[in-house]
Design a binder for this molecule. Structure first.
Ligand SMILES: C[S@@+](CC[C@H](N)C(=O)[O-])C[C@H]1O[C@@H](n2cnc3c(N)ncnc32)[C@H](O)[C@@H]1O
Length: 318
């Protein structure tokens, strides 16, 4: 799809802002302050990772330069829960506002990655004006050439197919990494949380609102696991876990003698929050509960039932 048609299509849905194409790029509309006229909005994003060209994540179509309104930047950082210990990367950083705000309001170091050198120069200038040049760094580079490993928070304001191309890389980041995207989702990797907020300052879009999505990168729980339940002579917790992103289908049973009050087995659904999962072992409010944490290739489980103290189990993959 050529750019004009693409922007027209996206503009018809009216969800995103008017933008100018990245200056200097083929088909670009000019400088960062010479706003274009087309809106971009919801193109369907339904492909699964398997539908993407294997090993060719680079996206050839440009992502227009559109600024996130400051109120929406603030909401993105709140949704990401940025705080001490975080390192943020904004992929396609425009004038650097997300990184500069993270640094100036939250004291969080960050990197803005932006193809357009003029926007990078502007970002550095704005960071200096804000007095956060030591925390807010910018590089002129393709976001797909960026090592994401050092970061605990990723922010995006790209396009649906770029989000999808990035998705496998995001899923390889450390469990617990938060990803926040302005307007666009990740197809069948459903967000953990989404919200819509008014964005009167948005350059275009019929509704003048922004949609934000948040994901937490899940640990890889899938597989079969077993481990002895501490404090019991002969009780082993056995888990069989199927995983689709953060959604888990967990079959569990106790091999040996199930302690009184703990059902001998069952099946339940749960949601991973990074490397942690909470689940109920049975129905009803008084059902036993379990907390799982995946660390260094093992699952640390804590089971509580019948008002007694939690019992631990260290589960190995089998
Ligand atoms: C919609 S703007 C978002 C700007 C900023 N993050 C914000 O929210 O205000 C997207 C930016 O991504 C940049 N961009 C597009 N493709 C890129 C790529 N492959 N690598 C790095 N930056 C890219 C564009 O130049 C543009 O500035």
């Amino acid at each position: 799809m050529n750019r004009r048609r693409r922007l027209a299509l996206l503009g018809a849905a009216g969800a995103l802002a008017t933008g100018c194409a990245a200056p200097g790029r083929p088909g670009g509309a000019g400088s960062p302050d010479a706003a274009g006229s087309a809106g971009i909005a919801a193109a369907p994003a339904s492909a699964a990772d398997g539908a993407l060209p294997v090993g060719i994540p680079r996206v050839t179509e440009e992502v227009p330069y559109v600024q996130t309104p400051q109120s929406v930047v603030d909401a993105m950082l709140a949704l990401a829960g940025v705080g001490p210990g975080d390192r943020l990367v904004d992929l396609g950083s425009g004038d650097g506002r997300v990184v500069i705000t993270a640094a100036s309001r939250h004291g969080v170091p960050g990197l803005g990655v932006e193809l357009d050198e003029r926007l990078v120069a502007l970002s550095r200038q704005l960071a200096e004006q804000a007095g956060v040049q030591a925390l807010a760094r910018f590089v002129a580079q393709d976001l797909f050439d960026t090592d994401l490993a050092p970061y605990s928070v990723v922010t995006l304001y790209l396009l649906p197919e770029v989000n999808l191309a990035l998705r496998p890389r995001l899923l390889r980041m450390a469990p617990g990494t938060r990803v926040v995207s302005h307007d666009w989702d990740m197809a069948d990797w459903l967000p953990d949380r989404s919200l819509t907020l008014p964005a009167p300052g948005k350059p275009v879009g019929l509704r003048r609102e922004s949609r934000l999505h948040r994901w937490v990168v899940p640990a890889a729980f899938e597989g079969a696991w077993r481990g002895r339940l501490a404090g019991e002579r002969d009780a082993t917790l056995v888990l069989s876990i199927q995983q689709r992103f953060q959604r888990l289908e967990i079959e569990w049973r106790i091999d040996g003698a199930a302690p009184v009050g703990l059902p001998a087995g069952g099946r339940t659904q749960a949601r991973a929050e990074g490397d942690r999962v909470s689940l109920r072992l049975g129905a009803g409010a008084g059902a036993p509960v379990a907390g799982l944490r995946l660390r260094q290739g093992r699952i640390e489980a804590d089971l509580s039932w019948g008002g007694g103290p939690p019992r631990a189990a260290l589960l190995q993959a089998v």
